[in-house]
Design a protein around this ligand. Structure first.
Ligand SMILES: NC(=O)c1ccc[n+]([C@@H]2O[C@H](COP(=O)([O-])OP(=O)(O)OC[C@H]3O[C@@H](n4cnc5c(N)ncnc54)[C@H](OP(=O)(O)O)[C@@H]3O)[C@@H](O)[C@H]2O)c1
Length: 338
């Protein structure tokens, strides 16, 4: 893991209280990401106020920076951040499951890359002992997305064959590990040979995008890249196979042979997480709490972090994300951490 904290103040005292009515946050302005002051977030009755220690960057943040993929209603369009981890500062009057001082991480619709943020209790998870806060900051969005896509959307079962495309990124490294942990045979495709070697250490058979398709037939293809590859993925399916598209880095248009779809009794489906209802997202988070958190707590599944940048260098961190060729997550973190 690379860290980029040079030139910033050394680690200071534990848990510096934030007393000002203004807190700093990543703010999108004219296509750049600045670290600027904003009013304190207001705590709702069902929410935790989280002092953010670390917050992962996701593809949706970059789309939001470019003026696309606006967040759902109620979330400021200029405040990115779909996941974070930190220490509970205060809890709303109806919160029963968390107390101030505990470490928690949350799935958000935005505004997570900030000194303080609010998380609905039902979208929050306790950070297991032994898991670093930086890793926790890069956990919720990618592991919730990967778990939902593999098990709720694609119904991946033990002994099945899974292909994950674009596997070296955040969702990919999560999906590969969850597939292996669930007893699937996992093939991971990635363009970069060095990243393929790192994916192999997670228990997958790794190959370039074209070669990976030849390692089928697959019961499930988790399509994180899409474009023309979707047609080829259908061709590589076993009978009754499922392709789930959740990323379109290679394009949103594909030619699909419907006779292949019919002949294989195949399913082609897509999914997004951020715009779902609270109820839907809470179900995803509780599934992850039940099935994934124990694996993370035991060290069997981990959050791969390629690089950590201090909040103040958010713009640089976004550029690193955009440059690609990374293994897992780019995470922003407080420059003064316990
Ligand atoms: N539907 C949802 O709810 C949801 C939730 C989270 C994420 N997503 C989407 O899912 C995708 C993966 O997310 P992530 O967090 O894993 O992103 P990420 O960390 O940026 O990883 C994307 C991976 O895809 C590869 N890739 C991109 N374009 C490619 C292409 N044309 N051909 C082959 N490989 C390509 C990249 O490889 P290189 O390093 O070689 O470029 C990288 O390893 C993104 O598109 C993201 O927006 C969707």
């Amino acid at each position: 893991m690379m860290t980029f904290f040079a030139g910033l103040p050394a680690m200071a005292q534990r848990y510096r209280p934030i007393t000002s009515a203004l807190v700093k946050a990543a703010i999108i302005k004219d296509g750049a990401v600045l670290w600027e002051e904003r009013p304190d977030p207001q705590l709702g009755p069902d929410e935790l106020l989280l002092r953010v220690e670390a917050a992962g960057i996701n593809g949706a943040d970059l789309l939001q920076r470019a003026g696309h993929y606006p967040p759902p209603a109620g979330v400021p369009a200029d405040m990115p951040g779909l996941e974070c981890a930190g220490v509970v500062e205060a809890v709303g009057e109806r919160v029963r499951g968390f107390r101030p001082g505990e470490r928690a991480m949350g799935l958000l619709a935005g505004a997570g890359q900030a000194e303080l943020t609010t998380v609905h209790e039902r979208l929050a998870l306790r950070v297991p002992d032994g898991v670093g806060i930086v890793e926790a900051g890069g956990f919720p969005e990618v592991f919730c997305t990967a778990h939902d896509a593999l098990f709720s959307q694609a119904a991946l079962a033990m002994g099945e064959r899974l292909l994950v495309t674009g596997a070296a990124g955040g969702v990919g490294m999560a999906a590969v590990q969850l597939g292996v942990a669930a007893g699937a045979t996992v093939v991971a495709s990635a363009r970069d040979p060095e990243l393929r070697a790192r994916l192999g250490a997670l228990g997958a058979t790794c190959a370039g995008p074209a070669e990976a398709l030849a390692l089928g037939p697959f019961d499930v293809v988790l399509e994180l890249v899409a474009g023309a590859g979707v047609g080829a993925a259908l061709g590589a399916l076993a009978p009754s196979g499922r392709v789930v598209v959740i990323g379109t880095g290679a394009g949103a248009l594909a030619e699909v042979d419907l006779r292949t779809l019919m002949g294989k009794r195949a399913v082609l489906r897509g999914s997004t997480l951020r715009n779902r209802s609270l109820e839907d997202k809470a179900l995803v988070v509780r599934q992850v709490e039940r099935h994934v958190i124990p694996l993370v707590a035991s060290g069997r599944v981990r959050v791969a972090v390629e690089a950590v940048f201090p909040f103040e260098r958010a713009q640089e961190a976004y550029e690193r994300f955009a440059a690609g060729k990374k293994f897992g997550k780019i995470v922003l973190a407080r420059s003064e951490r316990p």
